[in-house]
Design a protein around this ligand. Structure first.
Ligand SMILES: NC(=O)c1ccc[n+]([C@@H]2O[C@H](COP(=O)([O-])OP(=O)(O)OC[C@H]3O[C@@H](n4cnc5c(N)ncnc54)[C@H](O)[C@@H]3O)[C@@H](O)[C@H]2O)c1
Length: 247
């Protein structure tokens, strides 16, 4: 269905569960991909596994909290592949901390990776993105339905991502479409601790009765980037097994 031949994706959080699946789906559809993550060995391993020849992937170390690294990532993408069509800033952290014990530093750290990082990258990528390009941010069910206890910084950061997405959609239309995917509970390293502590509660809130897979998120991201979604901008697609319906 999707053909990304000759298209270039800049992906962050590329060594994570969802990032890796996005890389695979875009690679399968013919894209060339800059794979950026703070976990440099991880991102090299992803590149090696999906593209052993290295012809269509470029791994790089990248820290979402540094504006200079956003600049470098965009530059590296243009140097290696000559263009930038799609931007998916998927890097994120999800730390457990109840509000009444949260330090200013913990608050700032989460906002810095999850929200500032998206701004730094979009701000530097948009001026060089191809006409007809697309940005897909990764918000969360937490941005819409509130978050679980112990994640107010995360919920606030993802609420910010959702609103930033909508603001960009207005300002960048019609040349670049901007949407978000809001995952529910997806089976990745990010929610291992949560599942360890509260698996039953988490699954009871999901009408589909199971965790989502990273691939189920990745195909929604790919759809929103693709020309098939050419009239879709400023929207959130919920990939959450129906849990946002409440219950
Ligand atoms: N897994 C879920 O249930 C879920 C639900 C809603 C939203 N999300 C969002 O999906 C995105 C991907 O999460 P995931 O589930 O794959 O988690 P993950 O922990 O598997 O991956 C997150 C990735 O971000 C990278 N990262 C962390 N800090 C970074 C930094 N400062 N700079 C660059 N990279 C950094 C990590 O190295 C890791 O590779 C995140 O934005 C997350 O908030 C996940």
């Amino acid at each position: 269905m999707m053909d990304f031949s000759d298209r270039v994706l800049l992906l962050t959080g590329a060594s994570g569960g969802i990032g890796r699946a996005i890389a695979q789906v875009f690679h399968d559809a013919g894209a060339r991909i800059l794979l950026a993550d703070i976990h440099e060995d991880g991102v090299r391993e992803v590149a090696q596994s999906i593209d052993p020849s290295g012809a269509r992937t470029q791994p790089m170390h990248y820290d979402a909290t540094c504006p200079e690294e956003a600049e470098l990532a965009v530059r590296r993408c243009l140097e290696r592949f000559g263009r930038l069509d799609y931007l998916v800033p998927a890097a994120g952290i999800y730390e457990d901390q109840t509000f009444l014990t949260m330090t200013d530093e913990q608050w700032r750290n989460t906002l810095s990776v999850n929200l500032d990082g998206v701004f730094y990258l979009c701000r530097r990528a948009v001026p060089v993105m191809s006409e007809g390009g697309a940005i897909v941010t990764i918000a969360s069910e937490a941005a819409h339905a509130g978050s679980s206890i112990g994640h107010s910084h995360y919920g606030a950061s993802k609420g910010g991502v959702l609103t930033l997405t909508r603001c960009l959609a207005r300002e960048l239309a019609p040349s670049v479409r901007v949407n978000t995917v809001s995952p529910g509970a997806i089976d990745t390293p990010m929610i291992e601790d949560l599942m360890h502590e509260r698996a039953r509660t988490v699954l009871e809130a999901v009408p589909m009765g199971r965790l989502g897979t990273s691939r189920e998120v990745a195909v929604a991201v790919a759809f929103l980037c693709s020309d098939t979604a050419s009239y879709i901008t400023g929207q959130a697609i919920h990939v959450n097994g129906g849990s946002y319906l409440g219950g």
